[in-house]
Design a protein around this ligand. Sequence first.
Ligand code: PMP
Length: 516
Amino acid sequence: MPNAAADAPQADFSSAQIARFFAAESQRFRATHPRCAALHAQAQRHFLFGVPMHWMADTPAPFPLFVDAAQGARLVDADGHEIIDFCLGDTGAMFGHSPAPIARTLAEFGAQGATTMLPSAVALEVAALLEARFGLPMWQFTATASDANRFLLRWARAITGRPCILVFHGCYHGTVDDTFIDLAEGGGTRMRASLLGQVHDLTPTTRVVEFNDSAALEAALAPGDVACVLTEPVLTNIGMVLPEPGFLQTLRALTRRHGTLLAFDETHTISCGPGGYTRADGLGACRTLGVESENVPQRGQFLPDSPPHGATMGQEAGKKWAAAAHSQPTIPKSDRLLEPDMLVLGKPIAGGTPGAAYGFSAEVGARMQAVKAAAAPGHSGIGTTLSAGLLTLRLMRTMLAEVMDGPAYARMFTTATRVAEGLQAQIAARALPWSVTRIGARCEVQFRPTPPRNGSEARAAFRNDLEAALQLALLNRGVLLTPFHNMVLACPAHTAQDADTLVAAFADALDGLAGA
Ligand code: PMP
């Protein structure tokens, strides 16, 4: 049931207060970033909105931060400021900028060819490393997670012969037009208004339901025409929406029952553990301090039933969260390993260079081979020239074998926990009706007293002016967050001091807002 308190009007800062504070912070940014301003002015001649990729202009600052260099958890901007980076390229640099093994791999192999359009032995090593972590035996590589999702959906439709896909309201899976469909306010679905240049109506073939709504999911799958459900195991692109206990298991059971493939997009949730959320969830790793996910859970390894939640905290739930955050992980019996048919990885897995992968079961692989063998020769619409290149695979091998390891995750979870607790303490001290949610190395502040249960609740909590004011204030205090929401990512190079600097900057920003 919707929580009445969560839906009540919020009382924190007035629009006028936010506007005054934002104006002062904008002035401060201008004064301290003359070279960024000059570069941005010059860049108008060459680039849309003065940036080489148009989203880079989506910043709360009056102009974007131009970056000179990035190392570990630090950026240096064109004006020479050192910034603690909790954005980490929106997960592309989840394990820090240029970790030493990646720099070494580039130096060692940079002169041995980047791309040949031929297979290599290193591809086999990468597949073995991926199977050990994610449990899926078969893999294909792409340049981006967007491509991986696009190709996965194409395969799913091809092998099932079904036209439809299903996604959850508020999802984001990259530039995959079929997933740009939302629930419409008056019922039904509609194309996302922001999608440019798509002239075909994709609503007849994309079903959308709310996350955590098992009944709607069952109804949408019942006609038997859905090839694939594509979802993040935790929605991370609309604020953060955790699965309710048992929801993912229900999703798995329903997709099996209706002959629908289940694909988890772990592009972001790889920050939950070495085997992503899919494998961390079985041990409750994402709901606790989480260092235990150093041990990749094995199938059938379960502990007794216990209260499964603990990674969220709102004002009322704060005490409960704090206790749970320090408790040992336990597995509810129902929380079986999730066993998706397909799984997507991207962003950080090639050390922040373009590279992504999708894995699938042997059974799905056999069906793919059969459908391709039976098809007319020629372009399949799946794959791109620069996919599975030699250098990309070497970088993936290094990331999987040397960087994305248990101790790295342990450090990330420790920092993220310190940040989450620190932010929550500041929120509680000011009695603000906001909540903090953490999974693994990722946490999110949402402007509602309890964490949202679905995409609609999460979207209703958006406060663009407040978010922009806070983000800009943090940047002026030397801390960068991801621009689209209040997400904090912790990498292995972050220190306790970095976490404390973030929390202190947040507290200072709140004081500034209150006094504006
Ligand atoms: N899947 C998810 C869950 C994402 O959040 C994103 C990007 N934010 C993508 C896929 C697409 O990644 P890319 O932009 O690297 O293709």
